[in-house]
Structures are given as C-alpha cells and as structure tokens.
Design a protein around this ligand. Structure first.
Ligand SMILES: [Zn+2]
Length: 174
C-alpha cells in the first residue's frame, strides 16, 4: 500500500523514467497502449479496465455501506462478508425504506435520478441520497462537488414530492 502511495510500483513509466531500464521500449500502458502507465492511470484512468474492474470496486464499496445501513436500521440480521452480499432492491420496515440502485421517479425531469443508495426515514421525514466514487487522490474534492451538483435537482424534487423536512446528498468518495 505504501509502495503504491509512493508510486514505487514497477509500472512501465517507473521502469523507463525512474529505473531507466533500457529494455523497456516505451512508457505506455500494457493493457490499453493509449496512455502512460502510471499508478494514477492503472487505478482510475485505463479505458480497458474501466468497464469491468472499476465497476466491481465501486459496487463493493456501495455494498458495504448498504449492508451497514441495513443492519443499523434492523432491516436485516444478516452480517455476510461484503463480497458475498447482494443488496435487495427495496428493504422496508416501519421506520425506514432503503433502495439499492433504484431510479427515483419525479414529476419534473431531473438530470440524475438514480443514486447508488437511497435511505428514507418515514418517521423523522428525512432522506439521504448516497453515491459512491473511488477516484484518484487528486480528484477527491472535484468528485465530491460533482456528486453534490449532480443530485441537487433530485433532492429538491423528492423533498417536495415526498413531504420531507430534509434531503441530504452524501457522496461517499474514497
Ligand atoms: Zn491503460
């Protein structure tokens, strides 16, 4: 982990420019061949990884959060290992409703209406819109702000539509 953080993993970029290994022909990513193979590129930017692995990582983080919420509000007793956990689309008891990756229908069209997790407290009349992202360290603040802006309209709409006192957009940015 520390090696990754200090960028001393033997990427093509590291081999060519830091180790100055002459047997390395170029510093391009061995997977996509389109960008320099840096830690940054591998962990967040490679087009040939993005569809599969980044999605799995994103979903695993979201599942952990979902399960903790479900346990906390007594929607389940099941404390499965996160990689075996499959969230139910809708969970509900007398106090809360918990949605997983569900489109929230609104009267007016909004630009984004499908947060990873939606938690509504029916008794206390509040909701959380939770959306997960795992960007590179350099983009943490940007990603956070992007998520807030993305769901702002939705928050306004459902607050009015569902008669809530408060809707909080909660980006879970790791
Ligand atoms: Zn690549």
């Amino acid at each position: 982990m520390i090696a990754i953080q200090d960028q001393v993993i033997r990427t093509q970029y590291y081999a060519k420019h830091i180790l100055k290994d002459r047997t390395v022909p170029d510093d391009l990513c061995r997977r996509c061949k389109r960008a320099k193979e840096t830690i940054h590129h591998i962990t967040t930017g490679c087009q040939s990884i993005v569809q599969a692995d980044y999605k799995v990582r994103h979903d695993q983080v979201a599942k952990i959060i979902h399960q903790k919420i479900a346990l906390n509000f007594l929607l389940t007793q099941e404390n499965t290992l996160y990689y075996k956990y499959t969230p139910e689309r809708v969970m509900e008891n007398d106090i809360v409703v918990l949605y997983w990756d569900r489109t929230l229908l609104t009267d007016r069209t909004v630009q984004a209406n499908r947060p990873d997790i939606t938690l509504i407290n029916k008794m206390e009349k509040w909701a959380f819109l939770i959306d997960v992202a795992v960007p590179h360290t350099n983009n943490l603040q940007d990603t956070h702000n992007t998520k807030i802006n993305k769901y702002r309209e939705l928050a306004v709409e459902i607050k009015e539509q569902w008669g809530l006192n408060k809707v909080t957009i909660l980006p879970a940015v790791l």
